[in-house]
Design a protein around this ligand. Structure first.
Ligand SMILES: *[C@@H]1O[C@H](CO)[C@@H](O)[C@H](O)[C@H]1NC(C)=O
Ligand SMILES: *[C@@H]1O[C@H](CO)[C@@H](O)[C@H](O)[C@H]1NC(C)=O
Length: 393
């Protein structure tokens, strides 16, 4: 993303050199001097001058700002500073430079020369840019106090939970690591999740970038309840404080009741969870928090023949996410391609969601299990599909 921003910035700086600005310059046509519109398409309003197509200059911004003197519009909505130079703070709207008013708006901020060389990563009112630079936690720089592989007892309130953990053997306390939770199913246990490589993901971490954790549920038949949401918060705080975690890349996975818990976390933990991967999930039969309305990365795996977390429940869980990950919930109407019954799996990446909050939907014939396999295969495709998803961020 950083690289793309640099390219955009270079392209826009080049455009900045010419006097008037209009949409058609990017398409290789000059700007019109007059104002007679002969044709309008999705690019904008076109005129004809000197026997050649030309683009109408961009409309004057409703309000004025310092950038107008330089023939640039004022930023209408963005406040993200992409570049600071002697003129002032620049943003980008509709692929064009625009001026951002700041309290010291008249520019000449000579103390910002470094930013001029290095355009900043875009920031958003919620969430991160894809491929953002890591956000180190307070545990970075601390000596390791947790076992590299094994378990530890985690105390919270009057309670205690065993937490399974796997840290890369070459752990470097100055390097922020991705953190992936594996939540066990009803009748399962954290040790089982660890033995299965955290839903098969750990063997895929050949770059040793990830710390895996599986907390034990509450020991009751329904292993995850309301209190476990607070347990999760406190455990996450401990891990961030003890280990060097990339706070922007924390994920939760799970199967069945574990997926329903991860799915529940995706409703009210979007500030701390970048995404969840849920295998055979449902949006009911479990204590669920109120949805905050914020988007989150989400991947669902569904077996068409699952009679416990049925396709109807899984699709509904997915649609609740789509509603919040797209403008006005438009993605709910997007039809995901699904697998042909009896055939190989199909993973579909939604196109109409905000691409910073991707939604992946994987389907195949099969029942209530997490490690679905393609016909004739011994290895499940689910870990690989999940690893790809996690690596989008
Ligand atoms: C920018 O600041 C100037 C001077 O304070 C003000 O007149 C103008 O309305 C502001 N424009 C925007 C777009 O906020
Ligand atoms: C961290 O470990 C190093 C190397 O073993 C040791 O020298 C240092 O004292 C430790 N720091 C703390 C705060 O324990």
């Amino acid at each position: 993303m950083k690289f793309a921003v640099v390219l955009t910035a270079i392209a826009a700086v080049a455009a900045k050199a010419s006097a008037a600005s209009c949409f058609s310059q990017k398409l290789g046509y000059p700007c019109c001097n007059g104002n007679i519109v002969v044709y309008t398409d999705s690019d904008g309003k076109w005129g004809v001058e000197n026997g050649q197509w030309c683009g109408m200059p961009n409309g004057q911004a409703a309000t004025s700002c310092w950038a107008n003197a330089l023939n640039y519009p004022c930023c209408k909505t963005t406040t993200e500073v992409v570049l600071t130079d002697n003129d002032g703070k620049w943003g980008i709207e509709n692929n064009e430079w625009c001026g951002i008013n700041s309290s010291s708006s008249s520019g000449n901020n000579n103390n910002n020369n470094q930013q001029q060389q290095q355009p900043q990563e875009p920031t958003y009112s919620f969430g991160y840019a894809l491929k953002n630079t890591p956000v180190p936690s307070s545990g970075c720089g601390k000596n390791l106090s947790l076992p590299k592989t094994g378990s530890f007892e985690f105390k919270w309130g009057n309670n205690k939970r065993t937490v399974r953990i796997d840290i890369p053997d070459n752990y470097d306390k100055s390097k922020p690591y991705r953190l992936v939770f594996g939540m066990h199913c009803m009748g399962g246990w954290a040790g089982g999740v660890q033995q299965e490589g955290y839903y098969g993901l750990k063997p895929l971490d050949t770059g040793k970038t990830t710390i895996f954790v599986a907390p034990e549920g509450n020991g009751q038949q329904l292993p995850w309840g309301e209190a476990d949401y607070y347990m999760f918060d406190e455990l996450l705080a401990k891990l961030k404080g003890d280990l060097c975690i990339d706070e922007s890349r924390v994920f939760s996975t799970g199967f069945s009741y574990g997926s329903m818990f991860s799915n529940g976390l995706s409703w009210n933990h979007q500030k701390v969870l970048r995404g969840v991967a849920v295998y055979e999930t449902a949006e009911r039969n479990i204590w669920l928090p109120k949805h905050t309305g914020e988007p989150i990365g989400w991947m669902g795996v569904l077996g068409f023949d699952d009679g416990l977390c049925t396709p109807e429940m899984g699709r509904h869980a997915r649609d609740i996410i789509l509603e919040h990950n797209s403008e006005n919930g438009a993605a709910v109407k997007e039809r995901a391609e699904e697998a042909t019954p009896g055939g190989p799996h199909k993973c579909y990446d939604y196109k109409t969601v905000d691409q910073r909050f991707p939604v992946r939907w994987c389907t195949q014939s099969g029942g209530h299990l997490w490690d679905h396999k393609d016909p004739g295969q011994y290895q499940s495709w689910v870990p690989q599909a999940t690893w790809e998803f996690i690596n989008k961020f």
